[in-house]
Each structure stands twice: as C-alpha cells, then as structure tokens.
Design a protein around this ligand. Structure first.
Ligand SMILES: Cc1ncc(COP(=O)(O)O)c(C=O)c1O
Length: 447
C-alpha cells in the first residue's frame, strides 16, 4: 500500500522507482539532468527516485506514495504544483501554438512587466536557463569593460567560466579557469584589496543562507563602481522570493546587471537578464546571445501569469510568514529536546536550511538519517525549506510534528555514537558546490 502523509507510515515502497532507475542506468549518462534531484541527494534504498504528479505543495512518486515537498523542484515552484492561474495561461497559449517563426508579443509584455518589478531593469533580455543568463551577463560585462577577469561567490551554473573553479572542472581549458576567481562573502576588505583594473565583473548571490552584514551589498556596489567593474546579482534564489524585485528591492541596492530564473514562471523554463541600458545595448551589436527557443510562448505566458500572481497575492510576504513558522518552530523543538547544541535551522524565512554542528557527528550521515525519517513520515526532505505559496499552515503544523518525532530518533542516534547503524539506505553524496570556504586570489596571482 502506498504511503500517505502520516507519522505512522512504514518506509515507502519504492519498487517502481527502483525498476525505472535500473533501466536508466543502462541508457542515461548521467541519469539525472539536475544534480540536486538525482539519486546522490536522496538516500538510495529509502527515498523515491521518480515523481509523477504534484498538486499544491504535495507530490506523488511513481509508486503512489504522497509527500509534502519542501524542495519546490529546486526553486521553480513558487506558487505550487498545477497552480490554476498559471496552468490556465499555459493552456490558453497552447491552443494558439508553442514556438513561432517570428517574435511573439508576449516577449514585449513580459519585458514591460519585469521592468515594473525589478529595480535595475532599464532593459530586459529573455533566455531559457539560469546558466544562460549568468553567462550572457559575464560576456556583456567583459565586452563593456574590455576586461577579462571575473570574481564570483555562490553557484552560477554549468558553463565553463564558472565551473572551472570547482572540483568538477574536467574538460575546461586552463586558460578559461585562470580568468575566474572566488571571494569570501561579507569580507569587503579582502574584495577591495583584490579588485584591480583587470576585473570585468563581480557576480554573487546577494545572500544564500548567511545575511549580508549591514551595508555590505551597498559597499560592494560602491567598490565595483569605483573600480569600473560591473556588479552582477545572481537572483536565481532571491528573485521573486525575498521580494518581488529580489534582493535589489529588499536591500535597496542596485546592481549593474541581475539574473533571474526559477521562481519567475512556477516551473516553466525561462530566465531573465535585467540591467543598465548602456550595457545591455551591446546585445544589439557586438555581443551575440541568441537561442532557438528564446521566445517559446508557453513559458512566456506562464512567466507573466506567475509574476502577476506573485504580485497580486503578495506571495513574498506569505513565504516569509509561513517560512518563519517552520524555521522558528524547528529551532524551538530542537531547544525543547536538548538538541540545539547539535542542529539549527538557518537562513531567511523564504528559504531556510537545517544544519548540524560538528559535535553532532558526520553531517552527511545525519542528513541521510533525517531524510530517511522524514520520508517515512511523508515529507520529501533534502535539508531545505524552499517555501511556496501552496505550503499551508496544516502542512507546516504537520511538518513540525514530524520534526519532533524525527529529532528524537536523531538524538538517540547521536548519543549512541553510531549514526550509520541507524541508516536503512546509502549515505548521501557530497555536492561539489560550496557556498563558503572560497578563497579570494590575491592580486599578484591574477592572470
Ligand atoms: C544561484 C544560481 N545561479 C545559477 C544557477 C543555474 O541555473 P540553471 O540550472 O537554470 O542553469 C542556479 C541553479 O541552481 C543557481 O542556484
């Protein structure tokens, strides 16, 4: 019998998931198109591997098990699965066609809407993925400044200029790798010390889980301006979540360029690059950035419907309020169980993350155990609370009940000194993506 969302479940039956996975292993390399959805991030032997349906905040796997989903498709689900206002817009457009031989008026409509809600949107460019717009922003910044070097902080997609600085950099020429440098978030002095006349662009996620120190983003903007470096905000996670206009609106600071995707179309593939008209003007001349599916109309219709809904329903405020219930509720339960020395939920309310302290033990084993026990109780859990408008108060109340149960299991495991013996499946894999421990390269090491 498939699991429902209840505390008394057995571990879910994942027979169909595993059968499909066996087929996948024979034909797909890699089996997943999105690392964070793949089997390395969901404990093999316990977690489902394939989802087939979603409604609101709930999803169903291929074996029929139901879960509350806090992953929100790794960001795109901002309103909810199968959200009527967006799906109706897609259906209406579908009646007329998907992709055309000339431009579509929705491209203009979406750009005008983006201009209304995104603070730096003097001009708008539409693309398909987050990596597309990150790379387009870097290219236009290099063209505008006549410089090559890039400073970055966060994750910016799979393209050469960024992935070259990670541990998954095979296949990327050294000459490309040598042009990108990382910097330490919130460390304005080291950034100022390293910025020089070769730096075209500084790109960062305005925040991930750590809040910016007061004035950090403003000082960064100033330092970039003084150095002739373009500041790029990667707002994949912050855009349309922390505020409609993203971190620029929330912290009252403007970047020269900003990039968005994920939340803006409730699941459809589309991305936006916004920025200064004088910089973006280069896309009309020497900078090339075009793609066949750029004007695909279902995504345009979905994006317009999503942004309107996010604005009309004041969704960022909803995410903040409901996310706070979950984050604060988790931390209170940890305190009441004497677990606060081992675990905390951190981050902004719209997107928080459960963490473990070094005293608790091996973080990956602990995360695997927590995931196993949450999945058993009907919660698809990967350590994050990516809030969406369809997460109800009942979802949150239930999730906190589950946390109270699960944290007791985790406590017992920590005190036993052998967390691994509590695991029914495989330990999760580490991701290459790092959000701290980046080292800024000193000026002398550059180029
Ligand atoms: C902050 C950030 N930038 C860029 C990207 C790349 O976006 P995409 O995977 O759509 O290419 C991601 C994806 O997770 C992201 O989180």
């Amino acid at each position: 019998m498939a699991n429902k969302i209840q505390l008394s479940n057995n571990y879910p039956d994942i027979t169909e998931s595993d059968k499909i996975y066996e087929r996948a292993l024979k034909v797909q390399k890699p089996v997943t198109q999105t690392l964070a959805k793949g089997p390395g991030q969901f404990s093999k032997g316990v977690a489902p591997k394939y989802l087939v349906k979603g409604k609101g905040s709930h999803v169903w796997d291929v074996d029929g098990n139901e879960f509350i989903d806090y992953n929100s498709a790794i960001g795109p689900i901002s309103l909810g699965y199968a959200y009527p206002a967006v799906d109706d817009a897609i259906r209406e457009q579908l009646n007329d066609g998907i992709t055309f031989s000339l431009m579509h008026p929705l491209e203009v409509e979406l750009s005008e809407l983006a201009q209304q809600v995104i603070p730096n949107a003097e001009a708008v460019k539409i693309a398909k993925t987050g990596a597309d717009v990150c790379s387009a922003a870097i290219r236009v910044a290099r063209a505008f400044t006549g410089r090559d070097k890039v400073f970055c902080c966060g994750y910016h997609g799979w393209h050469d200029w960024y992935i070259g600085i990670t541990s998954r950099n095979a296949g990327i020429p050294g000459a490309i790798q040598d042009l990108t440098y990382t910097f330490e978030y919130n460390d304005i002095d080291s950034i100022k010390a390293a910025l020089d006349e070769s730096v075209a662009a500084l790109i960062l996620e305005p925040f991930i889980f750590e809040a910016p120190k007061p004035g950090f983003l403003q000082e960064l903007a100033e330092a970039c301006r003084e150095n002739g470096t373009l500041l790029i905000f990667d707002e994949m996670w912050t855009g349309f979540r922390i505020a409609l206009g993203g971190a620029q609106e929330y912290f009252n600071v403007k970047a020269d360029l900003a990039v968005f995707s994920k939340a803006c179309a409730n699941g459809m593939p589309i991305a936006l690059l916004t920025g200064r008209a004088d910089v973006m003007e280069l896309f009309n001349s020497e900078v090339f950035s075009y793609t066949t599916f750029g004007g695909e109309a279902l995504s345009l219709a979905a994006c317009i419907a999503t942004i309107n809904e996010l604005r009309d329903k004041n969704v960022p405020q909803y995410l903040d309020q409901h996310g706070a219930l979950l984050k604060d509720g988790y931390n209170q339960i940890a305190i009441s169980l004497g677990m606060d020395q081992y675990t905390r939920c951190i981050g902004y309310n719209c997107r928080s993350m459960v963490t473990f302290t070094p005293e608790a033990g091996n973080a990956l084993e602990l995360k695997t155990l927590m995931q196993q026990e949450m999945i058993k109780r009907g919660i698809l859990w990967a350590g994050f609370h990516n809030m969406c408008f369809s997460h109800t108060s009942e979802d949150i109340d239930y999730t906190l009940l589950a946390y109270r149960d699960v944290l007791q299991v985790v406590k017992e495991a920590i005190l036993s000194g052998d967390v691994k013996s509590y695991l029914k499946g495989e330990v999760l894999e580490a991701v290459f993506r790092k959000v701290s421990n980046y080292n800024i390269k000193p000026k002398t090491a550059a180029l």
